[in-house]
Design a protein around this ligand. Sequence first.
Ligand SMILES: NC(=O)c1ccc[n+]([C@@H]2O[C@H](COP(=O)([O-])OP(=O)(O)OC[C@H]3O[C@@H](n4cnc5c(N)ncnc54)[C@H](OP(=O)(O)O)[C@@H]3O)[C@@H](O)[C@H]2O)c1
Length: 195
Amino acid sequence: MTYSIIGSGNVGTALARQFTRSGISVNIANSRGAASLSALASELGSNVTAVSFEDALKADVIILAVPFMAHPAIAAAAPDWAGKIVVDAMNTYGVPSELLAGRASSDIVASAFKGANVVKTLNQLPAKLLASDPLEGGGRRVMFVAGNDAGATVAIVELVANLGFAPVTLGKLNEGGVLLEKGGPLVLQNLIKLN
Ligand SMILES: NC(=O)c1ccc[n+]([C@@H]2O[C@H](COP(=O)([O-])OP(=O)(O)OC[C@H]3O[C@@H](n4cnc5c(N)ncnc54)[C@H](OP(=O)(O)O)[C@@H]3O)[C@@H](O)[C@H]2O)c1
C-alpha cells in the first residue's frame, strides 16, 4: 500500500511526522510544487518524499489535509478514482451550511471523488496533538475511523494502528462519520485506550 498526503500545512505536516515516527513511507504534496517542500522533507528524513501534486495522486491511499473547499479542485484532477482510498482528514469550519445541505461532509467528498472509497479519520484532533506521540499515559491515543466500504476501512484502521493510534471503528460515513464532523460529539475528544 502506498500513501500520499495532499496538504503540507498544520495537519499535513503533523501526519508526515507520524509517518516518520512509525517508519512508514509517505509522499507529501501541496499546491506549490515539490521544491517548496524540500526543507520539510529533509527535516523529516527518508520516509517522507516531497512530490508534485500529480505524482501524489498515484498513491493507493490519498490523505486529504486541505481546506474542505479545496477538495473539488483536487477531485477534478481525475475523472475516475476507482481503486483509490481517499482519507478525509478535513473539517468543515467556515463552510456555508447551505453547501453541506444536511449531508455528511464525507459523503460530499465521496461524490466528488467518483469511484473512490472514502474513509473519514485523522481529522478529530488539533494538529499539535495529531503530531504528538500517540503513546501516552500507558496507552494509545484513540483515533475514530468511519467508512462505507469494509475493505477500505480495514486498510485505514491498519494504517492508523501502524501510526501508533488506537483505532475505533464507527460504521458508515453518514453514521459514525457525522460524529466526527464539526459539532459532532467525538470531535476534540483526546481519549487514551489503556490496552
Ligand atoms: N489545524 C488543525 O488543527 C486541524 C485539525 C484537524 C483537521 N483539520 C482540517 O484539516 C484540513 C487542513 O487544515 P490545516 O490547518 O492543515 O490547513 P493549512 O495549514 O491551511 O494547510 C492547507 C494545505 O492545503 C494545501 N492545499 C490547498 N489547496 C490545495 C490544492 N488545490 N492542491 C494541493 N494542495 C492544496 C495548501 O497548499 P500550499 O501550502 O501550497 O498553500 C496547504 O499546504 C482542513 O480541512 C482543516 O479543517 C485541521
